[in-house]
Design a protein around this ligand. Structure first.
Ligand code: FE
Length: 129
């Protein structure tokens, strides 16, 4: 089920950077976000709609400066699409419910998944277990 609001509502409820990242696919500067070095146990939710996206259980330190996860909480809550921007072939990761841009998926993560979900801090809210 999709849950997309109009852009005025997003603009009102998000910081300018979170708005640019989630609704227009921008990227926060590395090592700048709230969560790249965040180690508490809990769930990471979509900042726009509250959908549960990632768990601290799958979070690891990739050294990139963005929160990185080796898996999603539930495949159904995430949408993965091909992104050909900036002369690169990448997999874009979005919230399946509200279409918020979250980040990108790379295949150089830790075993056994080898996945690295590279996610903007500003796209996430945190809820302790
Ligand atoms: Fe969402």
């Amino acid at each position: 089920m999709t849950n997309i609001k109009n852009s005025e509502e997003y603009r009102k409820n998000l910081t300018p950077l979170a708005y640019q990242v989630t609704r227009h696919g921008a990227t926060e500067p590395p090592f700048s976000g709230e969560f790249y070095n965040h180690k508490s146990s809990g769930l990471y939710l979509c900042i726009c709609c509250g959908t549960k996206l990632f768990s601290s259980v799958d979070k690891y330190d990739s050294g990139t400066g963005w929160p990185s996860f080796k898996d999603t909480l539930s495949k159904q809550n995430i949408k993965e699409t091909e992104d050909l921007s900036h002369n690169m072939v990448r997999t874009e990761v979005k919230c399946a419910s509200c279409d918020a841009h979250l980040g990108h998926l790379f295949n150089d993560g830790p075993l056994p998944t080898s996945k690295r979900y590279c996610i903007n801090s500003v796209s996430l809210a945190f809820k302790e277990f």
